[in-house]
Design a protein around this ligand. Structure first.
Ligand SMILES: NC(=O)c1ccc[n+]([C@@H]2O[C@H](COP(=O)([O-])OP(=O)(O)OC[C@H]3O[C@@H](n4cnc5c(N)ncnc54)[C@H](O)[C@@H]3O)[C@@H](O)[C@H]2O)c1
Length: 447
């Protein structure tokens, strides 16, 4: 299966890419930065805001694993507008691009933070969700809702995965386990918010990545799953474990964070029953693997990745994208095509062609334009593909009848296309198609 992984250069996404390769799939990374871990995987550098780039990157893909997001709650609080654009609108763009590219399924990385408003003892995927109190949760929930809407409206399959709190190799340094390990390694005391009794459903990142791969299974179509481990760990327990594994540097207590995840118990039963997925790595084992990775990572000299041919291609692709994204481009293209079309009409007029030849020219250009517009405007939507195909075939048949058969000539008073009329026709068709595609590009950019 060819799978586009948005956010494939990030913490969780990079493990997902590894496991897709191990499972025999063909991943393609879509991210705003190159992967620091793999230079052997096709990478499309782009923003979630770039619908055209997303759709291009998805071409030929069977599924999308959508992980790119503003994933750090503190960053979200610092940059609310940019974060909302990435998490909510970015997800909408991924869905729209998937619809356009004819991708079958979008697997969406959500979070168990969506249960923050819940007061019950234990929640599962059927629990009613309360109003979110953090913008991160609100924007991730918006993404879940868009997935459902796209399924209702356009029958695009989705799978929502609500991740527990991930940890493990490649984790962002600001997350709790890396922060504690980093402090302990530096000989500093660990800081715990409140009494440290906030519990978390931590899940080892490689377990999480295997859940993402399993979510490509047909059984997961239009389903939501919690990917959590079956045991909760409190922040204080983590601090104590890190003290044991790294160094006994002491624990300091600070104020509780605003809108902190309070840790209601989240059930992972559905993922186990339907996907056969459970988090298999015990927490202490996972933290110990993280500490080992961190030591190796810090011991390794920071060798910058050599610029390879691939990186050069990425640079070229990025430059092309920038040119394509420039607002001036479609305008220049439209004005250029319009001027050439006007010059063409004046030239044809000055030739003083007989009416029958002008008629043949006009019929051919109108027929070509109609077929082009049908394909361009209707082909994107799977439901209208059949109508588009049948109508294009019909127009072509009428055209062939009118221009190529003796009966058509008599009926419509047309001329037989000779060599010069043929060249004139090809030029005219190319010009109307260029103008129409410029118009469509402009309309899409404005939309
Ligand atoms: N890390 C967590 O604690 C956690 C918990 C639950 C759910 N999640 C979800 O899992 C997913 C992956 O999280 P992660 O921890 O690997 O995050 P990460 O920050 O390590 O990776 C995100 C990747 O997305 C890319 N990205 C971000 N915004 C982009 C944009 N606008 N255009 C293109 N690329 C963009 C980044 O460059 C990065 O490589 C996210 O959707 C997140 O909401 C994360």
């Amino acid at each position: 299966m060819k799978v586009l992984v948005t956010g494939g250069s990030g913490f969780i996404g990079s493990h997902v890419v590894d496991q897709l390769v191990d499972a025999g799939h063909k991943p393609v990374i879509y991210d705003r930065r190159p992967s620091p871990y793999r230079d052997d995987i096709q990478t499309e550098l782009g923003e979630l805001s770039d619908l055209t780039m997303l759709e291009l990157a998805m071409s030929g893909c069977d599924a999308v694993l959508h992980l790119a997001a503003a994933a750090d709650v503190n960053e979200v609080a610092k940059m609310p507008v940019e974060s909302e654009a990435a998490n909510a609108r970015g997800t909408l763009n991924v869905l729209e691009a998937a619809r356009g590219a004819g991708v079958k399924r979008v697997v969406y990385a959500s979070t168990i933070w969506v249960y923050t408003g819940e007061s019950g003892e234990r929640v599962d995927e059927e629990s009613n969700l309360g109003m979110p109190n953090h913008l991160y949760t609100a924007s991730k929930l918006a993404g879940e809702m868009y997935c459902r809407s796209y399924n209702e409206l356009y029958e695009l399959e989705y799978t929502v995965l609500r991740f527990g709190i991930p940890y493990g190799p490649r984790a962002r340094p600001a997350a709790v386990v890396p922060a504690f390990v980093g402090k302990a390694m530096a000989g500093e005391a660990l800081t715990v918010a409140g009494a440290g009794d906030q519990s978390r459903r931590f899940v080892y990142v490689e377990d999480l990545a295997s859940g993402c791969v399993k979510a490509l299974d047909p059984v997961a179509a239009n389903r939501t799953y919690n990917l959590v481990s079956d045991s909760s760990v409190t922040i204080l327990e983590i601090a104590e474990l890190v003290q044991d594994l790294v160094a006994p540097t002491g624990i300091e207590y600070t104020e509780q964070r605003t809108a902190d995840y309070v840790g209601v118990e989240v059930s992972g039963v559905r993922a186990e029953e339907e996907l056969g997925w459970t988090a298999v790595t015990p927490f202490a084992e996972g933290v110990s693997r993280y500490v080992e990775w961190r030591r190796e990572d810090e011991a390794a000299a920071p060798v910058p990745m050599q610029p390879t041919a691939k990186a050069a291609t990425q640079g070229f692709t990025a430059a092309l994208t920038r040119v394509r994204k420039s607002v001036a481009m479609p305008f220049a293209y439209a004005i250029g095509s319009l001027m050439m079309l006007a010059a063409y009409v004046v030239a044809v007029d000055s030739l003083g062609l007989p009416d029958a030849q002008v008629g043949t020219l006009a019929v051919t250009m109108i027929a070509a334009l109609a077929v082009f517009l049908l394909i361009e405007l209707m082909w994107r939507n799977p439901k209208t593909r059949a109508i588009s195909a049948v109508s294009s075939a019909l127009i072509t048949a009428i055209f062939v009848f009118a221009v190529m058969t003796p009966w058509g000539h008599h009926l419509f008073h047309l001329a037989t296309p000779g060599r010069s009329l043929f060249i004139l026709t090809i030029t005219g068709v190319a010009l109307v198609i260029a103008l129409a595609s410029a118009g469509i590009a402009l309309a899409r950019r404005r939309g």
